[in-house]
Design a protein around this ligand. Structure first.
Ligand code: GPV
Length: 837
């Protein structure tokens, strides 16, 4: 219960609110004070971690001021708000980003220096907030950055996992092993504000009964079962060039009451303690699967816990300033980041009919005007399906509501397409398998007003394949495209200071940081030799930075003048890291065949891999083993005179990406056409002047259209050919490309890791031969090798390469997260920015 202060007391409070100052003296004073009072250390007892903590707390205080300003403004203006529901937020580190947003980095650097420390060393102390798997989670983080920068009244909602994505260790044999990522510092995480007063109860299990409400109407009621508590933690998201600050609210599960002896009159103390632990376990760990659905019960409980707490909070806030439910869709937009939060649809329907007493149709009208759904994949193994018996047990009332949603939908559908039972089965939210399954993507489509894909091709595939039957009923307008975007703040301004400075100096303005289209001003310098020189020197410095990292951490020497060829992303068969390493073997064998003289013509290459495999994804783990095994052999073969080096960077994460992305000459985005919904690292590399080698897939296509086809290396089967080739392979076997044959033979004959190791790769090679080569590695191999030849040829022509590199960056304006977020606001949320001050 909040206490309403009398006016004089309120005035007293306000008179003591002193804005923090960002001059060097004030910063130093604040850091010293935080060191003594928050971190409890003194000048004789310091280390980088302690001073990092203190520094972070001074920044946190400053963000909190902006946070409060923003929340006050939103409260006063009471605009429509948007909530971005995502099970993943891959934020990375916060300190450097916040210092830039506060425009205080230089003064902090000086302050820390005066106090005897080095700011860059302090930044390295921070643990990544890695509450996500890959692109989907990082996209959510980029959109929160853009929404804050653009002053949109948008909050993220998510889960506060105690363990983020696991730490990847490459063991002595070259296999991936996993270690838990306990990222929350024992001294507390400065980048979250625990809200001990914001708590909701979440129910599981139990049964459904009928009850008569105050109006004398009979209503369903969800009774009994277990209850856990959700507590809020707020993560401030600073915007760039604004006084505002955004927010991500993360829920943590807690036992409902610390001890409830009354309910344990049988004296089962051990069980009562175990129950408490169970409640806390709910949000312990992020499921480490990317683009793959496993169907675990605890995951379903996480999803419901997340959705229930978020909706209670959203409704609580709505009721605080508004009265009528009919206004809810004019005040609230909810974006579902993939199907993971789709239970929000039946949950809101349940709240409206069972608790608020609305009629079904009125409630459903509200629901379908509030929600919108972003689909991020067409891969069948990634589509969420929950078994009906499991859902009946955990969420009995929701299961009934899903059945009713489906019934009413199918009834309407049947009116349009009479007597087509097959079609009804195909669009049914319930799949008639054994056991029955709830198709979450269909539920999300039926319960949302708008469905979007994340790149032009992907959005087409959604319409023609995944949801083709739904188009026939809804028409095409419900399905739109919003091509993904990335934040230029983290991915250029912060990660690549030298390029940032060169761009700003050349454009004579920093406007591009929030208006990325301004980069097109670089075009007219693309052929200027002096500029090219400066540009390529920046690239070289960034390659040296990465080479140093590799030397320090992996003890591998790489030449910064070699062509840096990088593929970093989650390890997945559809992303075809396997094809990449097979081509590396081909290159290696080719070098071996050449004479000294012929080798003089070759372009030295450093092939860099990074990325995590899901712990249970056997084939992906084998790909890692193959890469590390090839690296061992190649890097220790003195006979090839450093013409080829292979590096596996362990534990790829956001902070490593910030070093890796600016250092590519070439990066690879080589998914089988039609499988990568968008990709977003492709955008990051090109923004930093890296050329890309890619298939005609996802956002590669739009990147080509924006930067010009002559500035990108593209190859491979087109998406509309894939099905045919698969069909042919199924009936006539896989024709193995002759060069690929040579490579496979080399592996099988023990050239990599000896004969014993060769057998380990058997199952991997079988995915091509006996497995039917589902991802078309053999079909694309020749074109892939050709593309590599084109890369080598162009790299020798340094001026043309430099020109293309400049044109890459200058054409990337479209891929700003600001543009993408504006599109969501205009086309889906109907959302306007707030005014600050
Ligand atoms: I579904 N994506 C992801 O990272 N994890 C997932 O579980 C699913 C999708 C990715 C897609 O694979 C990328 O193509 C896309 O760029 C990204 O989501 C953001 O849209």
């Amino acid at each position: 219960k909040h206490i309403k202060l009398p006016a004089p007391a309120l005035k007293e409070w306000k008179s003591h609110l002193e804005p923090k100052k960002n001059d060097v003296e004030s910063i130093k004073k604040d850091i010293v004070q935080q060191t003594l009072e928050t971190v409890c250390r003194n000048p004789y007892n310091l280390d980088n971690l302690a001073v990092y903590q203190a520094t972070a707390h001074t920044v946190r205080d400053r963000l909190l001021q902006d946070w409060n300003l923003t929340q006050e403004a939103i409260h006063d203006q009471n605009p429509k708000r948007c909530y971005y529901l995502s099970m993943e937020f891959l934020i990375g580190r916060a300190l450097d980003n916040a210092l830039y947003c506060l425009q205080a980095k230089d003064n902090y650097k000086q302050s820390v220096k005066d106090l005897g420390f080095n700011l860059e060393d302090l930044l390295e102390q921070e643990r990544d907030a890695a509450l996500g798997n890959g692109g989907l989670g990082r996209l959510a983080a980029c959109y929160m950055d853009a929404a804050a920068t653009l002053d949109y009244p948008t909050w993220g909602y998510g889960l506060r996992y105690q363990y983020g994505i696991f730490k990847q260790i490459i063991n002595g044999e070259g296999y991936q092993t996993e270690m838990p990522d306990y990222w929350l510092n024992p001294n507390g995480n400065p980048w979250e504000f625990p809200r001990t007063d914001i708590k909701y109860e979440v129910q599981f299990y139990g049964y459904v009964a009928t009850k008569v409400n105050e109006k004398g109407e009979s209503r369903m009621s969800w009774e009994g079962g277990d209850r856990v508590q959700a507590m809020a933690y707020d993560v401030p998201i600073p915007g760039f060039g604004t006084k505002g600050c955004g927010n991500i609210r993360l829920w943590s599960s807690k036992p409902l009451k610390t001890f409830d002896f009354a309910s344990f009159n049988d004296g089962d103390y051990e069980r009562s303690v175990a129950d408490q632990t169970k409640a806390e376990n709910l949000t312990s760990v992020l499921y480490p699967n990317d683009n793959h659905n496993v169907g675990k019960e605890l995951r379903l409980k996480q999803e419901y816990f997340f959705v229930s707490a978020s909706l209670q909070d959203i409704i609580h806030r709505f009721k605080h300033t508004n009265s009528a439910w009919k206004d809810f869709p004019d005040k609230v937009a909810v974006q579902l980041n993939d199907t993971h939060p789709t239970l929000a649809i039946p949950e809101l329907q349940r709240i409206l009919i069972d608790i608020e007493g609305l009629e079904w149709d009125d409630a459903w009208d509200i629901v379908t005007r509030v929600f919108a759904f972003t689909n991020h994949t067409v891969l069948p193994e990634a589509l969420e399906c929950w078994s009906v018996p499991m859902m009946e047990k955990i969420l009995p009332r929701h299961m009934q509501i899903v059945y009713d949603i489906n019934l009413f939908f199918l009834q309407k559908f049947e009116k349009v397409f009479q007597n087509d039972r097959d079609m009804l089965n195909r669009v049914s939210i319930i799949e008639e398998s054994n056991p029955q399954q709830v198709r979450m993507a269909y539920l999300a489509v039926v319960g949302s007003h708008t469905v979007n894909g994340v790149a032009a091709l992907h959005s087409e595939l959604i319409k023609t394949e995944l949801f083709s039957e739904f188009i026939k009923y809804y028409g095409p307008d419900k399905f739109i495209n919003i091509t993904n975007g990335i934040t230029p703040r983290r991915w250029l301004y912060q990660a690549n200071p030298m390029l940032r400075n060169l761009i700003t100096e050349t454009l004579k303005s920093e406007k591009w940081v929030t208006h990325l289209d301004e980069l097109k001003g670089l075009k007219k310098h693309a052929e200027d030799t002096a500029f090219q020189k400066k540009w390529m020197n920046v690239k070289l410095q960034n390659k040296i930075r990465l080479a140093d990292w590799i030397k320090r951490n992996l003890d591998i020497t790489v030449d910064p003048h070699a062509l840096f060829d990088i593929q970093v992303k989650r390890i997945h068969e559809y992303k075809r890291q396997f094809m990449n390493i097979l081509s590396v073997i081909y290159r290696y064998k080719n070098i071996q065949l050449l004479s000294e003289e012929e080798r003089k013509d070759l372009v030295p290459r450093v092939v860099i891999f990074g990325g995590k495999s899901a712990p249970g994804y056997y084939i992906a783990k084998m790909v890692i083993k193959l890469i590390t095994t090839v690296a061992q052999v190649v890097n220790n073969d003195e006979s090839i005179n450093d013409l080829l080096k292979v590096v596996y960077i362990p534990d790829y994460n956001v902070s490593l990406a910030e070093i890796i992305v600016p250092a590519s000459d070439l990066s690879q985005h080589i998914s089988t056409a039609g499988t990568e919904a968008s990709g977003t690292s492709n955008m990051k590399f090109v923004l930093n002047g890296g050329l890309i080698l890619g298939t005609v897939d996802g956002a590669n296509i739009e990147i080509r259209d924006e930067i010009g086809a002559e500035n990108i290396f593209m190859f491979g089967t087109l998406s509309d050919q894939v099905a045919d080739i698969r069909h042919r392979q199924k009936y006539h076997g896989v024709p193995i490309d002759p060069n690929l044959q040579v490579v496979l033979h080399a592996i099988q004959s023990g050239e990599f890791g000896g004969f014993e190791t060769a057998s380990v790769f058997g199952p991997l090679i079988n995915t091509l031969t006996y497995g039917g080569d589902y991802y078309l590695i053999s079909a694309d191999f020749e074109q892939y090798l050709d593309a590599h030849d084109r890369v080598d040829a162009l790299f020798k022509d340094t001026t043309t390469w430099a020109k293309k590199s400049i044109l890459c960056t200058s054409g990337m304006g479209f891929f700003s997260a600001d543009r993408a977020t504006r599109e969501y606001a205009d086309k889906i949320w109907n959302l306007k920015p707030i005014t600050l001050e």
